[in-house]
Design a protein around this ligand. Structure first.
Ligand code: NAX
Ligand code: ADP
Length: 496
């Protein structure tokens, strides 16, 4: 899995690469700028497009200057450069790249105050004003300039990070950022790109390698990493010769009430499709006809039979989807917690724990909690930012000895040691009720098949989003049933 670094570590990676690969810092900037242009070409292929590049005086601005030269060399005929001279200091690499442009007689426009910004007519704006060197919220002329550029409503592509947007740390509500349609980011995404608040600064990002030393990056001690397809290829085991239903575990899902039986069926269906050898569903008796009609492969366990003598045969137990929070459901949850086996808890199981926090103390080590933001805050208190929410999740995972799957567009899987795996698969087509129920069924399935709690959560989250991404190639919206029908095919693709 790819390590995600904070900006201090990124600077160490820069320095290490420069020292060990014996390259100059300005050559690394050249490599970064070339990588930017390669990605930019995909985005803006029309070479006659008019482009304004706004360059600050740090290395982000230095990138902007090098990008101007490389774009011109690549045949872009309408490139203009605006030098944002708000600071007296300039970096050495900036100075070198400015000289290279001046030597080409490249037209340069000085912007010495925010009021100097001319009425930009260019179709595309490249933001190279401030990058990861940002050390405070924007104010003064930078703030005015960013507000003026935002008011233009042009297509903006930012170099590495949008001006004013902090790479890490809590995102302040009052923060003003240059609004980019796309960020072309160097070597690794910034941690803050994964939080919903980042939508104020960027619609999407793409990451380009710039030649930093990967071994150094992977050896950095970071609590964050990304899960990608190749990580699963080694992890997900193919079905074995001479295997039988007993080889792949027996999952129990405790879910559903009269009005939300569908949630239980969706979870069980997903569990089945992800390969559990046997799946049993515990629902109210009134759901039996639906179960037998819709999911003939799934067995039934009466709610009265949720006792150790009947449940010790299961290799994984999940509870919560559509369970309700009435007295009867609380009794079911309390009974499950007494079993002293790791549980996968979602939806109403989490809501009940939020209502009765003392239940959290009864969780067995190795359990998995799968809250979305609202459920998370109900469990652990309100948060002003996702950064703080993730910090709490890391503390709670460690304290409770459980895996926390904090769900959103990007889902954070926090293991028992507080390390965070970020899942990037999934899309807005999946924003439909029942999606979380499917995820719970998938986690239960992989846990039943013998994967650790963290492995089961990582495989399930990746697979869930990946199946959704495949369906989104031909569908606008994806129902939970659509997704369930796809997971086995997607899984096959991951094993290959
Ligand atoms: N070897 C390198 O150093 C490389 C650097 N690269 C680029 O370098 C960028 C980082 O460059 P720098 O560290 O020079 O910093 P920036 O160019 O991001 O910022 C320049 C300076 O602005 C000042 N500043 C920070 N926050 C401010 C604020 N709120 N208001 C006013 N001034 C503020 C700081 O003194 C900072 O040093 C990256 O984002 C990336 O674009 C890339 O070229 C890759 C290689
Ligand atoms: N825009 C999106 N991008 C990626 N994944 C999404 C998106 N919207 C929803 N999902 C995924 O769908 C699931 C929704 O879970 P949840 O809110 O618990 O749904 P429900 O309670 O309806 O079953 C999560 O796994 C989430 O990551």
């Amino acid at each position: 899995m790819k390590n995600l670094l904070n900006q201090k570590q990124m600077r160490s990676a820069d320095a290490f690469t420069i020292k060990n690969k014996e390259i100059l810092s300005v050559d690394l900037m050249e490599s970064a700028s070339r990588a930017f242009v390669k990605a930019f070409l995909q985005e803006v292929p029309e070479k006659a497009t008019s482009i304004a590049i706004l360059c600050g005086k740090g290395n982000n601005g230095g990138d902007g200057l090098a990008i101007a030269r490389i774009l011109k060399d690549s045949g872009y005929s309408g490139v203009s450069v605006y030098l944002v001279n708000f600071s007296a200091k300039e970096t050495e690499e900036y100075t070198i790249n400015l000289k290279r442009l001046e030597d080409l007689w490249f037209p340069l426009t000085a912007v010495n105050t925010a009021a100097d910004l001319p009425d930009l007519k260019e179709k595309v704006i490249i933001d190279a004003i401030l990058g990861s060197g940002l050390n405070a919220v924007l104010e003064g002329p930078y703030l005015q300039l960013v507000e003026s550029v935002n008011a233009l409503n042009r297509q903006v592509i930012a170099v590495d990070v949008p001006t004013g947007f902090p790479a890490e740390g809590p995102l302040k509500k009052e923060g003003v950022y240059l609004k980019a349609d796309l960020v072309i980011c160097f070597q690794r995404p910034k941690i803050n790109f994964f939080f919903p608040e980042s939508v104020q600064a960027l619609k999407r990002f793409t990451v380009v390698p710039i030649g930093l030393d990967e071994e150094f990056i992977q050896n950095c001690d970071s609590p964050y990493r990304l899960i990608e397809g190749p990580d699963l290829t080694g992890l997900v085991k193919p079905r074995a010769p001479f295997s039988h239903k007993g080889t792949y575990g027996h999952a129990l899902i405790v879910a559903g009430q009269q009005q939300t039986m569908g949630a239980a069926l969706l979870s069980a269906h997903a569990c089945l499709h992800a390969g559990a050898g046997l799946t049993t569903l515990s629902i109210p008796e009134s759901g039996l006809t639906a179960l037998n009609t819709r999911l003939p492969e799934v067995m039934y366990l009466d709610r009265a039979d949720l006792i150790p003598e009947k449940t010790n045969k299961f290799s994984a137990i999940a509870a919560g989807p559509g369970l309700g929070t009435a007295e009867g459901s609380i009794a079911i949850l309390q009974g499950l917690l007494k079993l002293k086996v790791p549980l996968i808890l979602d939806a109403d199981a989490l809501n009940m724990m939020g209502d009765k926090p003392e239940l959290l103390k009864q969780l067995s080590s190795g359990s998995v909690l799968t809250p979305h933001m609202k459920e998370f805050d109900h469990l652990f208190g309100d948060h002003d930012s996702w950064w703080e929410r993730l910090e709490t999740a890391r503390e709670k995972a460690l304290e409770l000895g459980c895996v926390i799957v904090l769900k959103n567009q990007y889902t954070f899987i926090i293991d028992l040691t507080g390390k965070v795996t970020v899942n990037t698969t999934g899309n807005a087509g999946m924003a439909q009720g029942g999606m979380g129920d499917v995820l719970t069924g998938l986690i239960a399935s992989f846990a039943a098949q013998g994967y650790t709690a963290n492995e089961a959560a990582c495989i399930a989250c990746y697979l869930h989003g990946k199946a959704g991404d495949e369906l989104a190639e031909t569908q606008v919206s994806i129902s939970a049933s659509d997704l369930t029908g796809r997971v086995s095919k997607t899984l096959k693709g991951l094993i290959k």
